[in-house]
Design a protein. Structure first.
Length: 255
């Protein structure tokens, strides 16, 4: 574990089981040097560093609480598990290896509007959406990969949501230069709230990359339109929220 803000609650809830814990804070790089950010940097460090592109700074600033941002690391944030209440309460759903997605039939107000046929969980990381829009590349102990290749939509055959191997550590993140970027977030409260929808946008020349948090089981790169969404009966409102945020993000980049 790094900051432990995800590992400890999962241990306490009985979802993670461990006989020993390894503190990796001494081996994962920290700090910001030009376009490279150590994966051990805390969200608190990133939210106020002027070298960090605005979308990432804002995604960090709007995440969690000051105490959590002081402990929580960049890599830990990218690897946080779903906040789906069925999963967190240990119900034997598909993501836990079971046969059913309880959210699809049950309570799914905060769940996914894309890629939600097998598991409707909504990826909670503001930071991942910002990095995805910024075109981030990850360096791990085994490989270098675009951020989107860290994630996979879970399927019947493979329930994992990331491609990280059990012995693989994320070391740092490299960011290409962008002209402007922005992160906007709709949440239940103004503070300490996961994204209902988060929208990150980054512009390079004529190209604008848009990525969303809270809309799919993984951070979602918008390469079509929001009309492609497949909302569930009680979360179609997220499409409207996402449309409004995407419009505002584009306007902010054009200003
Ligand atoms: C109440 C609450 C509210 C929150 N709100 C938000 C929010 O609004 N938006 C948001 O984006 N996030 C939110 N978070 C998530 C929070 O930002 C993360 O818990 C935090 O960033 C995780 O970092 P950590 O270092 O504590 O991770 P840890 O708990 O130490 O680790 C988390 C996972 O990452 C793995 N890991 C950590 N570092 C590495 C590495 N370098 N390489 C490989 N694996 C690694 C661990 O093994 C573990 O599986 C919230 C969390 C809580 C508890
Ligand atoms: S949305 Fe995913 S995590 Fe939640 S109950 Fe369904 S299968 Fe489980």
């Amino acid at each position: 574990m790094h900051g432990g803000t995800e590992v400890v609650p999962l241990l306490r809830a009985g979802i993670l089981d461990a006989t020993s814990l390894v503190d990796i804070r001494g081996v994962v790089p920290r700090g910001i040097a030009g376009d490279r950010i150590g994966a051990g940097a805390t969200l608190a460090e990133l939210e106020c560093d002027p070298q960090v592109p605005e979308a990432l700074r804002e995604a960090c600033r709007l995440a969690a609480s000051p105490q959590l941002r002081n402990m929580g690391s960049l890599a830990g944030n990218l690897l946080q598990e779903t906040r789906c209440w069925y999963w967190r309460l240990g119900h034997p759903c598909r993501l836990h290896g079971g046969e059913e997605c309880f959210a699809i039939e049950g309570e799914h107000r905060e769940h996914a509007i894309f890629a939600n046929g097998f598991c409707a969980s909504a990826h909670p990381s503001d930071v991942a959406a910002a990095l995805l829009a910024l075109g981030a590349t990850l360096r791990t102990t085994a490989r270098t990969l675009p951020l989107q290749e860290l994630y996979r939509v879970p399927t019947e055959d493979d329930r994992r949501t990331t491609t990280l191997e059990p012995d693989e550590l994320i070391l740092d993140v490299e960011l290409p230069e962008v002209e402007r970027s922005v992160y906007l977030k709709a949440m239940e409260r103004k503070r300490w709230s996961f994204p209902i929808v988060g929208v990150a946008a980054a512009r390079v020349g004529e190209t604008t990359r848009i990525a969303l948090a809270g809309v799919a089981p993984i951070p979602w790169l918008l390469d079509g339109t929001l009309d492609d969404a497949t909302p569930l009966p009680r979360n179609a409102y997220k499409v409207d929220v996402a449309n409004a945020l995407v419009r505002r993000a584009r306007a902010a980049l054009a200003a």
